[in-house]
Design a protein around this ligand. Structure first.
Ligand code: ZN
Length: 198
């Protein structure tokens, strides 16, 4: 399509490659950006670059953070023997919003999906096993109730069982296929409280 300038086409292409942004939204955003004042565009661009350069994985739980160790892991009042395994940082944030969970987390950054070619080695599972060398009372598996989330939960359950560490799965009050981040706090707490041993 040669209707737009090459630069606009490139911008549309880059935006359309982002998750959840179709071609129409990409076009709308591209024109919006072009019409924005220069300083605002500069600020947006540098915010993206700075975030990318400064955000890293927490050394302990692998959530995304600005520091070596995230605020949850750095908090001595949290129960470090209780580890909740979640798929991503957004899920961690959803549980943190309830304000009721006192343990720490482990962020996998994905879930096992044979269909998408994502295997156990592609998510932070090795790192989870390493953490189990420490004093761990219980591992709560809070992956989504999607096929991938369930596959991952089963895999982790089987992996941890032989160690003798208690391993539980959150209750399936969470809608099938529902992303944890969209679920209200009451449902999350109910799922957590109703967890069962694997
Ligand atoms: Zn952490």
């Amino acid at each position: 399509m040669d209707l737009y300038s090459g630069h606009i086409n490139k911008l549309i292409e880059e935006l359309a490659a982002l998750p959840g942004i179709g071609n129409k939204s990409a076009q709308r955003l591209a024109f919006h950006l072009i019409n924005m004042p220069n300083d605002k565009v500069q600020r947006l661009a540098s915010t993206i670059v700075e975030a990318k350069e400064n955000v890293r994985y927490c050394k302990e739980c692998y959530t995304l953070t600005d520091r070596d160790v995230c605020p949850v892991c750095a908090n001595k009042n949290r129960n470090h023997g209780l580890i909740m395994v979640v798929e991503n940082t957004r899920d961690l944030a959803a549980y943190e919003k309830t304000g009721k969970y006192e343990g720490v987390y482990h962020v996998l950054h994905g879930a096992i999906s044979p269909m998408l070619g994502i295997g156990p080695g592609d998510i932070k599972l090795k790192e989870l096993i390493q953490r189990l060398q420490g004093q761990v009372e219980e591992v709560i598996i809070a992956t989504n109730s999607s096929l991938e989330g369930e596959t991952t939960a089963m895999y982790i359950g089987k992996m941890i069982k032989p160690t003798g560490i208690k391993v539980t799965r959150i209750a399936s009050g969470v809608p099938v296929g529902g992303d944890l981040e969209y679920i209200d706090e009451v449902t999350l707490l109910r799922a957590l409280e109703g967890r069962t041993e694997l």
